[in-house]
Design a protein around this ligand. Structure first.
Ligand code: GRF
Length: 224
């Protein structure tokens, strides 16, 4: 057991549902085609690419869309050899116009599922209706607590003892669609926003591929 003031350890974490490895995995048939949206560093995007390449998710990232030129996600796509398209929100007249462009890009990429992996824009019904039950988001809190921006700061300010992350389907209410998988981590004494966010992110990278798989399974498209 680490001492309470020893921050070199993450402390315990719990995830539910647990990672599943079926006897028949990977399923026969073509891999899922994933579209991914990212605005920042892109570590969750990379976690998805790695899960596909390491055989934990029977899929491939067919297209990454970023909205911030030069963001970390764009660099990662180049390094990983994943097609990447820039749709800069500053070049679009409205949220709807941006979402129409996203829909067109992901349709052209023949994406089965679209994952918002750190997309820092509010999406509109234009995108949500184009991918019903096929639009997945990751949020750094145990929803329904701490929706919206700065979820990690909100958790610290509330003084909770446990926080975590949630992979969920996107509907028209912000951070409120059906929950697919969650992981919980402790909030340790003296935690800064950065330290807690890093602890949560390590869990995000574990549960996002499973959330995608569960969404695909619910749709009956896993491995078809
Ligand atoms: C993640 O913490 C995610 O939960 C939030 O934005 C962050 C993105 O991080 N929505 P990264 O760009 O994947 O590293």
């Amino acid at each position: 057991m680490p001492a309470l003031d020893d921050f070199s350890e993450d402390g315990p974490s719990i995830q539910w549902p647990l990672p599943q490895r079926d006897p028949g995995f990977p399923p026969a048939g073509p891999a899922l085609r994933l579209g991914v949206m990212a605005s920042g560093s892109g570590s969750n995007f990379e976690a998805l690419v790695r899960a596909c390449r390491e055989g934990r998710l029977h899929g491939e990232v067919a297209l990454l869309v970023v909205n911030n030129p030069g963001c970390g996600a764009q660099d990662r796509a180049e390094r990983l050899g994943v097609p990447c398209q820039l749709l800069d929100h500053r070049q679009h007249a409205s949220r709807e116009a941006l979402d129409h462009a996203l829909v067109a890009a992901f349709r052209q990429a023949r994406a089965d599922l679209v994952v918002m992996a750190g997309w820092m824009r509010i999406v509109t019904p234009t995108l949500i209706a184009a991918f019903p039950d096929r639009l997945v988001n990751i949020h750094p809190s145990l929803l329904p607590s701490f929706r919206g921006i700065d979820a990690v700061g909100q958790a610290l300010a509330a003084g909770v003892a446990l926080s975590g992350c949630t992979v969920h389907l996107v509907n028209e209410a912000v951070d409120a669609g059906r929950i697919l998988v969650q992981a919980a981590v402790p909030v340790l004494p003296g935690d800064s926003r950065e330290r807690l966010a890093a602890r949560i992110q390590r869990q995000e990278h574990r549960i996002l591929p499973l959330g995608v798989r569960l969404a695909a399974r619910a749709l009956g498209i896993e491995g078809q």
